[in-house]
Design a protein around this ligand. Structure first.
Ligand SMILES: [Zn+2]
Ligand SMILES: [Zn+2]
Length: 346
C-alpha cells in the first residue's frame, strides 16, 4: 500500500510502498478516505515528539471505512464508516475506567505512537472503545476535521469551560483551534471576542459568530480592551495559539472566578509560560487544560452538525492528494492559512 514516509527527522518525505497492516485481536484496519493536515504533523516530522520511531508515517485526523476487524471486535463491522479522536484509550487504566480516555495512562496516538493516516490503510487498536460510527449525512472530509482541533475546542468550551449562553468568551489565536472554538461558543449562545494578528482570519472569525474582533498588532492594551468589551472581563478565555503572550493575556482578561482554558499546545520555548498567579489567587481564577475528547462524547457534536448548529465543513480550506501533501508538510509552520487542508485522494 502507498504511504507518506520519512526515514529521518527533517529529512525527505516520500511516497513509498509499505506493508499492509494487520489488525490486533482488539483492533481494525481502516481504509483512509480523508485525513487532515495539522501543525502537530510538522512537529512530528521535526522530531519534537519522543514517541516516534523511524521510519514513520504521520497523520492523526482521519476518517475512513473499516476493511478488516480483529476477532474480539463487537461493536463494529467491515464497511462501517468511522472516525476517531487523536488520543486512543487503552480501556483498562485508572483514567479510562473513570471515563477519561482523552488522558489515558497508556494512550496511543496514530501518527505518533504508531503509523498514521497519510496512507491508504491504517491499523487502530482497542477499536471498540475508540472508534466513532459516522452518520451517512456527514462526509469523510468533515468528519476528519473533528478528530483533533475541533474536539479539543469542544471539550475546552463545553466541558472544561462550562460556557453558557450570554456569557463572554475571549479566544486568543484564530487558527483551526480558535475558529472551531468560536463556532462552538456561538452555537451555545455565548458572546465571543476574537483576537488574532491577521485581519483575514479575523474576518472569518466574525463570519463564524464573533461579536467583536481585535487585531492585537494594533492594540496598545489588549487586556484593557477585552475587559471593556466584556464589561469587566471574560467568563471564559482560551489560549488557542499556545504562546507565552496569549496565555498571559487570556488569564489576565478574565473576570473574577473566570476560567482560562489552555487549548493551544505549548512547545519549545513556550513550554513553561509566566502566569499572573497573584491574580489567580485574588480573583479565584481557574486554569484548565483540554486534551482532545472521548469517542463516546462525539454524539453531541454529530447531533449539532446534523441539525446545522455546527458547520465544521466551513473550516475546510482545500482538499489535496497524498502526493501533494509531501511537499506541503515541511512548510506547515509557514502557513498563514485559517482553514484546514484535507488529503482525500490516495
Ligand atoms: Zn491535529
Ligand atoms: Zn487507559
Amino acid at each position: 500500500m502507498k504511504a507518506a514516509v520519512f526515514e529521518e527527522f527533517k529529512g525527505n518525505i516520500q511516497i513509498n510502498n509499505v506493508p499492509y497492516p494487520t489488525p490486533k485481536s482488539h483492533g481494525v484496519v481502516i481504509k483512509i478516505k480523508a485525513t487532515g493536515m495539522c501543525l502537530s504533523d510538522w512537529h512530528a516530522w521535526q522530531g519534537h515528539d519522543s514517541d516516534i520511531i523511524l521510519p514513520h508515517v504521520p497523520g492523526h485526523e482521519l476518517a475512513g471505512e473499516i476493511v478488516e476487524i480483529g476477532k474480539d471486535i463487537k461493536n463494529f463491522k467491515i464497511g462501517d464508516r468511522v472516525t476517531v479522536p487523536f488520543v486512543s484509550g487503552c480501556g483498562s487504566c485508572y483514567q479510562c475506567n473513570s471515563g477519561n480516555h482523552q488522558v489515558c495512562d497508556n494512550q496511543s496516538q496514530p501518527g505518533f505512537t504508531h503509523w498514521g493516516s497519510f496512507a491508504e490503510y491504517m491499523a487502530l487498536n482497542h477499536a471498540d472503545l475508540n472508534l466513532v460510527k459516522l452518520p451517512d449525512e456527514i462526509t469523510y472530509e468533515t468528519a476528519c476535521i473533528l478528530g483533533c482541533r475541533f474536539i479539543t475546542s469542544f471539550r475546552a468550551v463545553v466541558e472544561q469551560g462550562g460556557l453558557k449562553g450570554g456569557e463572554f468568551v475571549a479566544v486568543h489565536g484564530c487558527g483551526g483551534v480558535g475558529l472551531s472554538a468560536i463556532m462552538i461558543a456561538n452555537a451555545l449562545g455565548a458572546q465571543v471576542i476574537a483576537v488574532d494578528i491577521n485581519d483575514k482570519t479575523l474576518k472569518l472569525a466574525k463570519e463564524l459568530g464573533a461579536i467583536e474582533t481585535i487585531n492585537s498588532k494594533n492594540s496598545k492594551d489588549i487586556i484593557g480592551e477585552i475587559k471593556e468589551l466584556t464589561k469587566g472581563g471574560a467568563h471564559v478565555s482560551l489560549d488557542a495559539l499556545g504562546h507565552q503572550e496569549t496565555c498571559f493575556n487570556s488569564i489576565s482578561n478574565l473576570r473574577k472566578r473566570g476560567k482560562h482554558i489552555q487549548v493551544g499546545l505549548m512547545a519549545g520555548a513556550h513550554k513553561h509560560p509566566q502566569i499572573p498567579m497573584d491574580k489567580v489567587i485574588a480573583d479565584e481564577l481557574e486554569i484548565l487544560g483540554s486534551h482532545g475528547m472521548q469517542a463516546y462524547k462525539y454524539h453531541e457534536i454529530l447531533e449539532m452538525i446534523k441539525t446545522g448548529k455546527l458547520t465544521p465543513d466551513k473550516l475546510l480550506e482545500k482538499t489535496i492528494s497524498l502526493e501533494e501533501s509531501i511537499a506541503l508538510l515541511p512548510e506547515m509552520n509557514k502557513f498563514k492559512s485559517s482553514g484546514v487542508t484535507v488529503i482525500n485522494s490516495f
